[in-house]
Design a protein around this ligand. Structure first.
Ligand code: ADP
Ligand code: AMP
Length: 221
């Protein structure tokens, strides 16, 4: 069976940063609902038009839209080699829908990693986050700067501040996380697959902890 991993934790905790590493090192396909939605908004598709307002305000996009999008994505052949979900599930309804769909095919989530981080560090990470609008690469002005200031290492595109990383939207996103997404960790804890990683530490230390978890789960599954 292929390995299925969920990355949980507040926005800005470092899920996307670690996901890129896991993809390179363990070959799991990185599926970020935030990236998929931003691509849909940029394309101007029907999904993008529906999602845009919610995203700008820091609210969750309705469950029906997200569940359909993700179930369609994980059914694609590339996920047969294993995948990790970054930014999904964000509500109990999403977690239950995923669970039911996987169970129908004899599958399950093998590991859910909860990245914990102090609120002050989160605000600092999101205000210093700069992203590449072309390839989605993520940098930080102080903790993970690009080689040449202001431009993406991979494709040279000028880096931008995400509109929802402005402080007033960040506050809303943290509230939404506490109310809707924190209970999702309990859902996986009850299933015995939750592992916590202290994501307040520097990137290489977080990566080392993630590696240990992934080595164990890819060996067993
Ligand atoms: P998430 O996907 O959870 O929203 P990101 O991976 O985009 O978070 O990380 C948020 C910001 O914090 C980025 O600018 C990233 O470069 C930076 N970052 C990620 N992990 C760490 C860390 N362990 N220490 C300091 N900064 C980090
Ligand atoms: P992220 O890139 O994961 O921080 O997500 C950015 C925004 O996309 C969120 O603030 C939500 O508006 C939306 N979003 C991403 N994933 C989900 C999800 N699983 N459920 C609902 N909304 C989501």
């Amino acid at each position: 069976m292929s390995t299925a991993v969920v990355l949980l934790g507040p926005p800005g905790a470092g899920k996307g940063t670690q996901a890129k590493h896991i993809e390179r090192r363990f070959g799991l396909v990185h599926i970020s609902t935030g990236d998929m939605l931003r691509a849909a908004v940029a394309e101007g598709s029907e999904l993008g038009r529906c999602a845009e307002g919610y995203m700008k305000r820091g609210e969750l996009v309705p469950d029906e839209l997200i569940i359909e999008m993700i179930l369609e994505r994980i059914a694609r052949p590339d996920c047969g080699k294993g995948y990790m979900l970054d930014g999904f599930p964000r509500t109990l309804a999403q977690a239950e829908a995923l669970d039911a769909s996987l169970a129908e095919r004899g599958g399950r989530i093998d590991l859910a990693i909860l990245f914990t981080c102090d609120p002050e560090a989160i605000v600092e990470r999101m205000s210093g986050r700069r992203v590449c609008p072309t390839c989605g690469a993520v940098f930080h002005l102080a903790h993970n700067p690009p080689a040449k200031p202001g431009v993406c290492d991979r494709d040279g595109t000028p880096l931008v501040l995400r509109p929802d990383d402005r402080p007033e939207v960040v506050r809303k996103r943290l509230e939404v996380y506490e109310e809707n997404t924190a209970p999702v960790a309990e859902f996986y804890r009850k299933r015995g697959v939750l592992a916590e990683v202290d994501a307040s530490r520097p990137i290489p230390e977080v990566t080392a902890a993630v590696d240990r978890l992934l080595e164990a789960v890819t060996r067993d599954s």
